[in-house]
Write a protein that binds this ligand. Sequence first.
Ligand SMILES: [Zn+2]
Length: 367
Amino acid sequence: MRKLFDGRAGCPATARPGRPSLSARLLNPIGQQTAQSWLASAIAERRLGHALLLYGPAGVGRKTLARYAAAHLLCMQPTASGPCRGCRSCLAAADDSHPDLHILRTPPGKRGLGIDAIRGLIEELALPPRGVDGRGLGKVAIIETAGELGDEAANAFLKTLEEPPENTWLFLVAPRRSQVLPTVRSRCQPLRLSLLDPREIEAVLRAQGLHDDEARRLAEGCGGSLGLALDMHRTAGIAPLDPGLLLGAVPEPEALLRDLALRVQQLKRETDAPGGSHEWRRRLLRVYFAELLRLLRDAQALRCAAAVPPLSPGRARLAGRLARLASRPLENGAQAVEVAREGLARNLNIELVVSRLAAHLPRGGGR
Ligand SMILES: [Zn+2]
C-alpha cells in the first residue's frame, strides 16, 4: 500500500484466541448506536451509498466509526451487525495497513488537503482492489479532514465522488456539514453523530484504568466528547487552569476575570514556545477552553442555586467566588468561550481566536 499520509504506527496483526488483540479493540466504536446500526444494516444489505459524510463534534468517534464501517465492507467473514474483527482484513484495517483502505488527512503544519493528495487518492482508487490475500472485495477511502479540502482539490475530486469505481466507498469526516464545500457535501449522504452520554465516556475511562473519581470528573467535564476527556487526562499535569493557584492569586471576582483573560494570553505565549507543535497548542487550548466554560457554567448554576455536579473543593471555591458576579458578565464570558471553541474547531488562526477571547472575557461589572 502506498501511504497517502502516514497514519498511526501499525502494530503486528496477531490475533490470540480468547482475548481480543489490540487491533480488534481499536475497531470498537463507543456509543452512536443509531448511526452504528444504520451503517451495519446498510452494509449487510448492500445498500450503502458510495459517498458518506460523517459529521459531528470532535472526539465522539467519527473516525473510529468510519474505520469500523470500512472494516465491515472489507471483512472476509462479516456478520449482520458488523465486521468480525478477527480476520486478517479486519486486523489490517484496524492497523491502517490494509492495502484497500486509504486514509487521508491534512498533514501537520499544513492548512488544508491539497490537490496532490487528492490526485494520489484518485489514482489509488482507480487500481483494482488487492485484499490481504490477493482477492480484494473493494476499496474504501476515509477523508478525515473533509472540511479542509481546498477548492482545487475538491473540484478534482467531484467526478470520483459522483461516480467512484465499482465497489468503492468514500467516507468523509467533518465537524459540521456547513464546513464542507457545497459541491462536495451535496454529493454525499449525510450521517450525523451526536455527543456521547457521559456514562458511556465514564465506562471507557474506567476500562482504561482511571480511578472512579477521575473518570467521573472527566466524563462530566468533557461535554460529551471522549476525545476531549482523553486530552484533559493527558494534559492534566500541565493544566494551566489550576483553581488553587488562581484562588491564591486573586481576591476579588472582578480581578479573577481579568486574571483569566491574562492567563489566556499567557497560555498562548506558552504554547508558542519552541517545540510546541501546532496540534499540541490546539489541544491545550481545547482543554483550557472546556475547563473555563465549565467553570463559568458552574458559577452561573451556583448563582441561580441550581444543582451542580459535585465539584472539587478548589473548583467549588473558585466557582463560588465567580458566582458573586452578575449574571450578564458570566453569560457573556461563557458565550465568548463558546465562540473561541468554535473558532478552534474551524481551524481559525490561534492568535485571532485567543485575542478575540481575551477581549471579550468580561471584566467584572458589579452585581
Ligand atoms: Zn473480519
